[in-house]
Design a binder for this molecule. Structure first.
Ligand SMILES: Cc1cc2nc3c(=O)[nH]c(=O)nc-3n(C[C@H](O)[C@H](O)[C@H](O)COP(=O)(O)OP(=O)(O)OC[C@H]3O[C@@H](n4cnc5c(N)ncnc54)[C@H](O)[C@@H]3O)c2cc1C
Length: 592
């Protein structure tokens, strides 16, 4: 990304930032959905209809249109990205734009207590490329044990690490060095690169955490430079990688601004045969001869299934939605959550440039705008220091956002909480402590039977005691670094934050830290498992081929089918599962 004239570049960026800072998130979907009662116009007949052009949907659209006789319709509620979305370092501003669904959780009892109305902000991509067009770009697949569990614990043949590794590699074009080449793809559509500094690496070494070159390689546990979905200085999204250069395929039909309101299902035969959607205020119906594939993401896929009559009997009855199939849709929601409150104050100025200066550096592929949330390093850690066991905690080590007030906006922090949490935006380092395997599970339910209403999202963060115990152990480890040599070298220390609501606890006691963690938590926007994969329709929604139990010609392919969270971030596994699903679909239709 390089403009002929730096001033134009700065203007474009400042314009987008100002729009974000003045953006009002709509309470419902009426900002993009204009429902009318007119009869649906015929949009045509296709072999496959894919609902949602996000991380998974864009890949499916690419891979299925490799079969030239198959006609594919990709329906996406959002529009196209713009130049601003290409700058990973400014990604959080996208949460405040039409490119996000603008979700919040319901008020939480055990987490996000410092956030407005105790609701955690939960942006989700509403744009082609979905989450990959607005997210922070971290590329972290997880630990082999994660996928072995999908197979062994959750009963899904074909999904063990050994079996899914080829699909991680298939999409990938790894360009960074050094890397474990056995574990990476080269020449795939999706470029992964590193543009970070080895800041504070010795801090972790002092605690017996090794530096590793490649956490997506043989070993995951350790501290490493962050791998990013990045090509040159531009974000890589599934739109840029899998669709933008393929629009000339005559069998690929992409319909943007097309909000799917219902899956057409023959109730007698339990067969999906099309989709109803609204585009520019007009109702349409498109027919699918072979399959309808739902790829609307961890929140919207369960929403759409429920609106179409697939879900829990009692819940649908309460909302007067005729039941088509009784399945635990929306149940088992799981999400990664982190503690925001560990700030290392240093004597060094990391970044204090103006926006124009930062953009000039950016044009030369230089930091700080090259990585989402200014992340430099990640450390995956299990307390036993055992490589064969998956990590309990991920530390995300980052230079801070451009100003404290923007930090407040991104996370939705209550005004009264910002004073004690004052960040020095040129010299502080933030160490976000993220719980990899929460025991707490929640749900996605419908507010009403109308697609105009946003769904109710209750992740139940930190409801299980074990979750806060594990996060606390993660915090303790960082606190134990306070007297380390490397911090002394920087004259650095961990900032002693006062939490207004925790004054009744003895300062720095375990109970005080529990209180602090419950206040200053944020999800990292990885909702999964709401249509989880498994063999039993009582406890899962899709089978190991991602077909909806008891239904015909209906599949779900996206993050909602993940049986549980991976020890990493969710883009990479979704890329993998969309690649694998494409092959499954081709095989089942005898085209492989
Ligand atoms: C702010 C943010 C930061 C993140 N940071 C990272 C990160 O750094 N690293 C990482 O690995 N992961 C990250 N993630 C997670 C990652 O982006 C998601 O896990 C991934 O995008 C999920 O893919 P998906 O295909 O399941 O859904 P999505 O990518 O969300 O795609 C769903 C698509 O369906 C469309 N859609 C939904 N409903 C309808 C409907 N009714 N009709 C038509 N279209 C519809 C949506 O508009 C969207 O385009 C982040 C996510 C967010 C939101």
């Amino acid at each position: 990304l390089k403009y002929d004239n730096l001033e134009d570049f700065v203007d474009m960026v400042e314009d987008n930032i100002n729009k974000a800072l003045n953006y009002t998130i709509s309470k419902d979907n009426s900002d993009i959905l204009n429902l009318s009662s007119s009869t649906a116009k015929d949009f045509g007949t296709f072999d496959f209809i894919i609902i949602g052009g996000g991380a998974a949907g864009a890949i499916l659209a690419n891979r299925l249109t490799e079969i030239s006789e198959w006609k594919i319709l990709l329906l996406e509620a959002g529009g196209l990205p713009n130049d601003f979305t290409k700058i990973l370092g400014l990604s959080p501003y996208n949460y405040f734009s039409t490119r996000s669904w603008g979700y919040n959780s319901t008020s939480q009892k055990h987490a996000c207590l410092a956030m407005k109305e105790e609701k955690c902000s939960l942006p989700q991509g509403r744009v082609i490329g979905g989450g990959t067009t607005i997210n922070a770009g971290v590329y972290a697949r997880g630990h082999p044990e994660d996928f072995d569990r999908w197979s062994n614990v959750y009963g899904n043949p074909g999904w063990s690490y050994e079996e899914v590794l080829p699909y991680f590699k298939k999409s990938e074009n790894a360009v960074f060095e050094p890397r474990d080449s056995d574990y990476h793809g080269e020449g795939g559509y999706y470029t992964v690169d590193i543009n970070a500094v080895k800041l504070f690496k010795p801090l972790f070494n002092e605690k017996g955490i090794d530096f590793i070159d490649d956490y997506n390689g043989k070993y995951q546990n350790g501290i490493a430079q962050v791998q990013m979905s990045l090509k040159g200085n531009e974000r890589v999204s599934t739109y840029s990688a899998f669709l933008e250069n393929f629009t000339s395929r005559s069998n690929l039909n992409i319909s943007l601004h097309s909000f799917v309101t219902k899956i057409a299902i023959n109730n007698a035969t339990k067969t999906a045969y099309g989709a109803y959607f609204v585009k520019d205020g007009v109702n349409y119906f498109a027919k699918a001869k072979k399959e309808v594939i739902v790829s609307a993401g961890g929140i919207n896929s369960p929403q759409l299934l429920m609106l179409s009559g697939i879900g829990r009997k009692k819940h649908l009855k309460e909302l007067n939605i005729p039941l088509v199939k009784y399945l635990p849709v929306g149940k088992y929601l799981q999400d990664h959550i982190l503690f925001l409150g560990l700030i290392v104050r240093t004597n060094r100025i990391f970044y204090n440039q103006t926006m124009a200066e930062m953009l000039k550096l950016y044009e030369e592929n230089q930091r700080p705008l090259m990585t989402g949330f200014q992340v430099e390093l990640v450390s995956f850690t299990n307390f036993g220091r055992n490589q064969s066991i998956r990590p309990d905690i991920e530390y995300i080590i980052s230079t801070p956002p451009p100003s404290s007030s923007q930090f407040e906006i991104f996370f939705g922090i209550k005004d009264s909480y910002m004073d004690p949490f004052n960040i020095n935006t040129s010299s502080d380092i933030l160490i976000y402590t993220c719980l990899m395997h929460p025991k707490s599970r929640g749900s996605v339910t419908l507010k009403s039977n109308s697609p105009l209403d946003k769904p109710l999202i209750n992740p139940n963060y930190l409801a299980e005691d074990e979750d806060i115990e594990t996060l606390y152990r993660g915090v303790e480890l960082i606190l134990s670094m306070n007297n380390s040599q490397i911090l002394k070298n920087y004259e650095a220390y961990i900032v002693d934050v006062e939490y207004p609501n925790c004054v009744s606890y003895k300062k720095s006691s375990k109970e005080w830290w529990f209180c602090a963690i419950r206040q200053f938590t944020s999800p990292i926007y990885h909702p999964v498992s709401t249509n989880r994969m498994g063999p039993d329709p009582k406890t899962s929604v899709v089978n190991a081929h991602l077909q909806v139990h008891g239904m015909k010609k209906l599949r779900v392919v996206d993050s909602s089918v993940m049986p549980e969270l991976n020890s990493g971030h969710t883009t990479a596994p979704v890329l993998m599962l969309a690649e694998k699903a494409s092959n499954i679909i081709k095989k089942q239709h005898n085209r492989y």
